[in-house]
Design a protein around this ligand. Sequence first.
Ligand code: NCD
Length: 355
Amino acid sequence: MTNFLWKRRHIISLADFTPAEYENVLQTSVSFQGVLSRRTKKVPTLQGQVVANLFFEPSTRTRSSFELAAKRLSADTLNFSPGSSSLTKGETILDTAKTYLAMGTDLMVIRHRSAGVPATIAQEMDRLQAGVGVLNAGDGQHEHPSQALLDLLTLCNALNPEQPTIQDLQGKKVAIVGDILHSRVARSNLWSLTACGAQVHLAAPPTLLPKAFADAFAVPLRPEGSSAEAAITRRVYVHWQLSSALKDADFVMALRLQKERMSDHLLPSLREYHQRFGLTRDRIKHCAPTVKILHPGPTNRGVEITSELMDDPKLSLVSQQVASGVAVRMALLYLMGGAKHKTSSPITLEADRHL
Ligand code: NCD
């Protein structure tokens, strides 16, 4: 277990996460995987704390997995659905958040179709000195940090099932294929994978992967206390066709075509998209022989990936991603719950005998 005190109150973006933070999340998640493999899968770590899941946008996996994670940590959970809430009577999102605050919420997990909503609520909570932690569960096309962190755990587990560490990703080739432009999953994964030393190869038609897209991620990462020479150069490559992106890839992450976020006609047809960018058994022959496939879900079967590949247990890590999600979200709630009490009674990882 790593000896590292968690400092973040909120998790909104992975843009400035350091390798030490990724390693901390990874090792804490591995400990929770141990808890989840026991007969009694619950620990009292967040007993008495309230976790509110404020999902202003539909979700299956993320929402259920945050709820289960909070319950496994013995927190009380509140769930919010916009359709049956006072939003329909004109209440603002900030007033909704303040209502949950007044009920004693300690951690807010927020998903919204617009980028920036979790950050705005976090700022308001800080202005009110509420001591509440805000976790971004997906905001528009911006970021989806917990998805990238569960992908990280899944990748490191696949590379080194006994003792996964972020070092395992050094130099590995990860191809991300599909609707990059509209994907918050791709953006968060770009930050995490490059910070951990992987080479990320993006593949999509130019309408879904503008030339300048990768430039935003070309910023070097300089971990706290390190010299300028020790800065990590992020390695991102753009491909407008599939074969060069897939060549010798260790992992391929397929992304859903996010039709709900497409404003224009960016593709001629789904059939043509599948012909050029769909993952098939034949196409992945050019990857490394040990290649594994990921997909954050939900999936358009037969569009970005064939059902046959998606369901092949030798190739597909999709079920492992879902399972990793619970452990990672337990880790994040645990670390943030601990951060909240940093000024009064610190919860260090070593001090928690339940891990
Ligand atoms: C993703 C999301 O909502 O951003 N799904 C997820 O959280 N598992 C990806 C998507 O919607 O395609």
